[in-house]
Design a binder for this molecule. Structure first.
Ligand code: TPP
Ligand code: SF4
Ligand code: MG
Length: 285
């Protein structure tokens, strides 16, 4: 059974003191302990950005990918070795800007994996420019007069793309975030958590205090997670009160389960010798 100590790595942590990423790191490792998983059965994939350092700080199998491509990499791992628990860590620019197309398609395909987005509403590593979730009017180096574009709503988007597990967490509430990650990993199909992750260095607007004054838990207000219409309504709430928790969950066959030819096999253990593809090639000429 894995412990928090087992999951630590000797790497020096270079996140800014007080960064919201610490809460996600703690929640994820606590979730693995609660789930009682074996370290070698977990693979994490990250993009490029401050969030990407997750692969350095958790002692499980890790793949530090390229910017915007967490989901293609994670999908490949999931489809070739289904016995593994696959978790992707992406940044908001990583997933909602450069990787936006992959996001939509991974959701609608219901790839059996978990995606955790460190949504700090800035490009952290490149020193604080705007992203797709930056608030209107937000002033940065790239928008000195304030952002003029409307922010994307990732939770709403996941819901209208037929997401089967759609949630939002807050890295300032580690206990709650841990419970969301546990449920997300247990979910069979694509589970998505957008996590409010304050960037204490570059985001002067969406701070811990800002969230603390606004977030409330859907599950404390009797929200029915099987009601997609209500989930959509809740996803549009923004302002004085902002909901966190599970918006929607349903059981639905994952992409792999719908492909009988790979459903129950690890492709990595399947020999490709003695396979004659000539008849297929001939049929295409
Ligand atoms: C293909 C590619 N495009 C752009 C970059 C430059 N780049 C490095 S990190 C980064 C943004 C990171 O922002 P985000 O994904 O929000 O992560 P954060 O640093 O905020 O965690 C960008 C654009 C890159 N490394 N590769
Ligand atoms: S720049 Fe922002 S997101 Fe990156 S480590 Fe510092 S506080 Fe965290
Ligand atoms: Mg970011």
């Amino acid at each position: 059974m894995v412990t928090l100590e087992d999951l630590r790595t000797p790497k020096k942590n270079t996140w800014c003191p007080g960064c919201g990423n610490f809460g996600i790191l703690r929640a994820f490792t606590s979730a693995l302990v609660q789930l009682g998983v074996e370290k070698d059965q977990v693979v994490i994939v990250s993009g490029i950005g401050c969030h990407g350092k997750m692969v350095n700080y958790v002692d499980v199998n890790g793949f530090h990918g390229i910017h915007g491509r967490v989901l293609p990499l994670a999908t490949g791992i999931e489809l070739t070795k289904p016995s593994l628990t696959v978790v992707g860590f992406a940044g908001d620019a990583d997933c909602y800007d450069e990787g936006w197309g992959h996001f939509s398609h991974a959701i609608r395909r219901n790839i059996d994996m978990t995606l955790i987005v460190h949504d700090n509403m800035v490009l952290g590593l490149t020193t604080g420019q705007t992203t797709a979730t930056s608030q209107k009017g937000f002033k940065t180096k790239s928008t000195p007069h304030g952002s003029i574009a409307s922010p994307l709503n990732p939770v709403m988007h996941a819901l209208v793309s037929n997401g089967t597990f759609v949630a939002r967490g807050y890295s300032g509430d580690v206990k709650h975030l841990t419970s969301l990650i546990v449920e997300a990993i247990k979910h069979e199909g694509f589970s998505f958590i957008d996590v409010f992750q304050p960037c204490v260095t570059f985001n002067y607007l969406n701070t811990f205090d800002w969230y603390k004054a606004r977030v409330y838990k859907l599950q404390e207000e009797g929200h029915d997670v099987t009601d997609r219409q209500m989930a959509l309504k809740k996803s549009m709430e923004w302002g004085e009160r902002i909901p966190i928790g599970i918006f929607y969950q349903e059981e639905s066959p994952s992409y792999r389960e719908s492909l009988p030819q790979i459903k129950d096999i690890n492709l990595t253990e399947t020999s490709i010798e003695n396979i004659d593809i000539d008849p297929i090639l001939q049929s295409m000429t």
